[in-house]
Write a protein that binds this ligand. Structure first.
Ligand code: SF4
Length: 759
């Protein structure tokens, strides 16, 4: 059994009391979102009401899931905590590093060869620390989580944006950075701004060509790519109860495309069916006992406008199939208007490839509906006019649909089955093209369609739709075709229409699999050796950062005074650097290379104050020079320093290369916290104009550390080239616990000291 029944029992056992306490504290009926969040407060008890969109709150998620790209640094860091096991059940999923080239078997063999050192590390570190390991080919993280781990009323985090997929089974599931996963696995609190709640009321029932995917494509059109920011989207209504659990998963998955924190459905019969169908009848029974806690209070559903921050209503009876794109998932076109949009905008009407599957849309229901269209290509004697690929979301689904003859149906249409992995969804697609400069169109049943996402080609116009619509377009090979109204020519010249898709939610003979690809961890992992090749360029074991020396920091050199926008991408660039994400020293060669030097207006050219005849060099090289001489450095920045994705490398790299303090006009909050966790000083100018006092050749002392306390004053003495000095005041936001992180050298150092009884 992969899931943890005792943990789920414990969550349900405490829910009633906590929800009651929350209802009293808040003083009104609760949404489902609030019930789940208040049941997962770090420390347990509900002491107060939190303000949506305002309060920062510490939570205790039930689970962690990590995909193989982001898991590498997260687990290297976790090893620093000195724990024998993760504090909550956790899993690793090998899905992102498999490139789609020709087909499942050979692509998987090649990935195993190319990524052997990463897979060996992830398998061994999982085995050592009690983490479930899903091998390459086992499936895509979110589909595997839905099939095995998601449960109604639970809360999890995952190191991937589409973690919200688990909302299809009534779980609050949030995509995070690796640093957050480390916190939760190490038993620390996980902080989130208490979200706003957007209600989406679904009425009616889907029919014909319309599917669950069209609900979220429509919602994306209404809310746009930013409309869900800072909010959880809660779906309810009789229309919601009519959707399969996997259909709900599709909707929640793509909530990431509107920037939502996550999306969630309340517990219903469809979820119970899916739990039973995927060998988790015990969870359905437990959930039935607490069903009232797994939905909003009745008053909320009766008067939703009074309880949700925003309310949207969608009638499934009249909802049309949608096609969204190109280049953005919120450009939503009802199928009846799509052909005209293609013509008016001059998008290439010829469709080159249709791709179905991925974590978003590869349920049994999706595959049967798409296969019912694919089968018609053969039965009706149609030519298939575009390439067609199928990416199953998991081995469980793949094995079952193969057993039931559905993969054969796709093969007869000319489809190629790819590995159970991300592949073309994340640019891991060796697409063959006669001319990459030619504007071209593809359509997928995936979730994202930003430029270059699928094949790295900016000329590719990617559209997103349901698997059945994608399949119909692949047969037509023409984006101006409307499968609901138009006919297609058969090989012998007749005109025929495609019949509406038909599907079944779950396999009538049940799911089956020979080898799901799961490797359970050792009962006692103490003797397990974690495999890291010392010669590896991609992986390197971490050394603990040094603790604070107990004095003020004197004689630091200015490394860079960054001007203007400095996001985590400027601090730690992605792209080609991502292959080094498990090797801190190698990836540190991208440190701050995107930041603009305020003194010369250039990126990646800063003054080396100590090497004769070599005044300017790259930021990483200058940092390494100072580090080799035992000289600490300071980074100075502008407003909202460190905004963007919460990647932990942006805090770890400066720490690794000897930066002791980052002094800015203002911080993006998550990055500020990440710096604190790595044992660095994150400080802000009391007087923002003092930014202008920093000169290129400054030596800087940080003063006030021996009396460092919450709210205490820190100062910096700037020693300028001409012998003058300036003394400036700096603010900090460290609480006592965070000051202990600084003193120990990092948050993980402190945990390790506590584990060993030394702190
Ligand atoms: Fe992310 Fe695509 Fe993989 Fe899903 S299939 S986890 S969206 S890369």
């Amino acid at each position: 059994m992969a899931f943890d029944l005792e943990m789920i029992q414990a969550v349900y056992a405490g829910m009633g009391e906590r929800i009651e306490a929350a209802r009293t504290a808040v003083g009104r009926p609760l949404t489902l979102t609030e019930k789940i969040l208040y049941s997962h407060l770090y420390g347990g008890n509900v002491q107060q009401a939190y303000e949506r969109g305002v309060s920062y709150v510490d939570f205790a998620p039930d689970r962690v899931a990590m995909q193989d790209a982001t898991a590498q640094m997260a687990l290297l860091q976790f090893m620093q905590a000195g724990k024998d096991k993760t504090a909550v059940p956790s899993t690793v999923h090998c899905d992102h590093l498999i490139q789609a080239r020709v087909g499942a078997d050979s692509d998987l063999a090649q990935a195993n060869e190319e990524n052997r050192e990463v897979y060996d590390f992830l398998a061994s570190v999982s085995n050592r620390y009690g983490i479930g390991f899903w091998k390459p080919g086992a499936g895509i993280i979110h589909q595997v989580v839905l099939e095995n781990y998601a449960f109604p009323g639970g809360m999890m985090i995952g190191t991937d944006s589409h973690t919200p997929n688990a909302g299809g089974l009534g779980m609050i599931a949030i995509g995070v950075g690796g640093a957050d996963a480390v916190d939760v696995m190490a038993g620390m609190a996980w902080e989130l701004k208490f979200p706003k709640v957007i209600g989406v009321k679904l009425t009616g029932k889907l029919s014909g060509w319309t599917s669950a995917k069209d609900v979220i494509l429509r919602v994306a059109g209404i809310l746009t790519v930013k409309g869900g920011t800072g909010a959880i989207v809660e779906y309810f209504g009789e229309g919601a109860n009519n959707l399969s659990a996997t259909g709900k998963g599709t909707i929640c998955n793509m909530g990431a495309e509107i920037g939502a924190t996550t999306s969630v459905f309340s517990y219903d019969e469809k979820m119970a069916d899916y739990l039973r169908g995927t060998s988790r009848a015990e969870i359905a029974d437990l959930a039935n006992d607490v069903a009232a806690h797994l939905r909003a209070d009745d008053e909320v559903y009766a008067n939703p406008q009074d309880y949700y921050d925003q309310l949207i209503e969608i009638d499934l009876n009249t909802l049309e199939p949608y096609v969204n794109g190109p280049f953005t998932p919120d450009a939503a076109w009802p199928i009846s208007q799509f052909a005209a949009a293609v013509r008016e905008n001059g998008w290439p009407a010829k469709l080159e490839v249709g791709l179905i599957g991925s974590c978003t849309n590869s349920s049994y229901e999706d595959i049967t509906r798409a296969a019912s269209i694919a089968g018609q290509a053969v039965q009706k004697g149609l030519t298939v006019n575009a390439e067609f690929t199928v990416t199953p979301g998991s081995e469980l689904v793949r094995y079952t649909v193969e057993r039931d003859g559905l993969l054969d149906t796709f093969a007869q249409m000319g489809g190629v089955v790819l590995a159970n992995a991300c592949g073309p969804c994340i640019g891991q697609w060796a697409r063959h093209s006669d001319d990459p400069k030619r504007k071209n169109s593809i359509i997928t049943s995936f979730n994202r369609n930003f430029a270059k996402r699928n094949d790295g080609n900016p000329n590719t116009h990617a559209f997103v739709a349901s698997p059945e619509i994608v399949t119909a377009f692949a047969i037509a090979g023409d984006l101006t075709f409307n499968p609901l109204t138009d006919t297609l020519a058969t090989k012998d010249g007749r005109q025929v229409k495609l019949d509406e898709p038909t599907g079944v939610e779950m396999p009538p003979q049940g799911y089956d699999v020979e080898d799901a690809g799961y490797q359970a961890p050792a009962e006692n992992g103490l003797g397990v050796q974690v495999l890291v090749d010392p010669e590896s360029e991609r992986l390197e074991l971490l050394e603990p950062f040094k603790p604070w020396e107990g004095t003020d920091l004197k004689g630091l050199r200015l490394l860079i005074k960054a001007q203007g926008k400095c996001t985590t991408d400027h601090i730690s660039m992605a792209g080609p650097w991502l292959k080094y994400r498990g090797h801190l020293d190698n990836i540190s060669n991208n440190m701050l290379i995107g930041a603009m030097n305020a003194f010369n207006g250039e990126a990646n050219a800063v003054k080396d104050q100590v090497t004769q005849g070599n005044p300017y060099n790259t930021v990483p090289q200058v940092a390494r020079t100072y580090k080799s001489m035992g000289i600490g450095t300071v980074v100075v920045g502008d407003e909202n320093y460190g905004e963007g994705s919460s990647r932990e490398h942006a805090a770890m790299e400066p720490r690794h290369l000897g930066v002791r303090a980052v002094i800015v006009k203002s911080f993006a909050r998550i990055h500020e916290t990440n710096l604190k966790k790595q044992g660095m000083l994150a400080l802000t100018f009391v007087n923002k104009a003092d930014y202008d006092l920093i000169e290129e050749n400054d030596t800087i002392d940080i003063i006030g550390l021996t009396s460092f306390a919450p709210g205490s004053q820190i100062q910096a003495r700037l020693h300028h080239d001409d012998g003058d000095t300036d003394l400036i005041n700096l603010n900090h936001t460290y609480n006592q616990g965070q000051i202990e992180w600084f003193k120990a050298g990092s948050a993980l150092n402190l945990i390790r000291l506590k584990e060993s009884g030394a702190a």
